[in-house]
Ligand binder design. Structure first.
Ligand code: ZN
Length: 263
């Protein structure tokens, strides 16, 4: 397989025209730099170059192909692919992509009704007949002529888009990687004791606000903090609550305070 990007070839000096590794693998459809379709060509690096069809110009790939090819390029370039759920090793991505191509090529008679509907929808979204028009029971992807491989890749790209947008559901151990993880509340990074202290402060502020507004709440708060009227602690806590803005008339009198003693 020899393919090249028309824009890359146009801007490269003749001596540097060649074929990138990714353009020779039947797993991508587009140039990673220009996002246009890789077109069939002949040549030898630095010696000669010719398009298979004269007058070849750049053409766009379907929009769903661009993100799929971006992942394959990342796999080849860095060994890591960032999927919606998490980053995975390149090997996981290639296994997932190859499995997807196989699954959308399964004869309808081998599928459940639900799976049939999903597969028909995928090929329809890609603009191709189901299984790229293959009518025999089974043919491996690698044995298909390139136009049908190309259609299968476009269908795989459409499937990835439909899975990510949850328009079709998937099964299997790798399928969950293609969807965004459902929201789960996570700790905000604070230590548990810091969280508890903050909760305690909030609870105390609520209790003080209630005591400022309601004598019954003020009595309850003082009884909670200092249960023995007449004790030294009772008088001390009562003074603290007054300092914190609780009106004196909301609190019970201090039996030990002569000013509060009633005649
Ligand atoms: Zn290019």
């Amino acid at each position: 397989m020899r393919r090249a990007c028309p824009i890359c070839i146009r801007v490269a000096p003749p001596a540097l025209r060649g074929f990138t590794l990714v353009s020779q693998l039947p797993l991508t459809l587009s140039c990673p730099g220009h996002r246009c379709r890789l077109e069939p060509a002949f040549g030898a690096p630095g010696a000669y170059f010719a398009w298979e069809k004269s007058g070849t110009v750049s053409a766009a790939v379907p929009s769903s192909v661009v993100p799929m090819d971006r992942l394959t390029h990342a796999a080849l370039r860095t060994g890591v692919v960032t999927l919606p759920r998490r980053a995975v090793h390149a090997g996981v991505w290639f296994r997932l992509l190859r499995t997807l191509i196989d699954e959308i090529s399964i004869p309808p008679s081998k599928l459940t009704r639900r799976a049939q509907r999903a597969v028909v929808r995928i090929w329809d979204a890609a603009g191709h007949r189901p299984r790229a028009g293959v009518s025999v029971a089974w043919r491996t992807y690698e044995s298909l002529p390139w136009p049908r491989q190309q259609a299968a890749l476009e269908a795989a790209a459409a499937a990835l888009h439909l899975i990510e947008t949850r328009e079709i559901t998937t099964e299997g151990s790798l399928a969950s990687l293609l969807t965004i993880e459902p929201h789960k509340p996570v700790p905000d990074g604070r230590k548990p004791e810091t969280v508890r202290a903050a909760e305690l402060v909030h609870a105390l502020e609520d209790a003080l606000a209630a005591a400022r507004a309601d004598p019954l709440e003020a009595h309850r708060l003082l009884a909670l903090l200092a249960p023995n009227p007449g004790s030294k602690r009772f008088g001390s806590v009562r003074e603290d609550l007054i300092m914190l803005g609780i009106p004196v008339h909301n609190l019970p009198p201090d039996p030990e305070d002569s000013d509060d003693r009633r005649p």
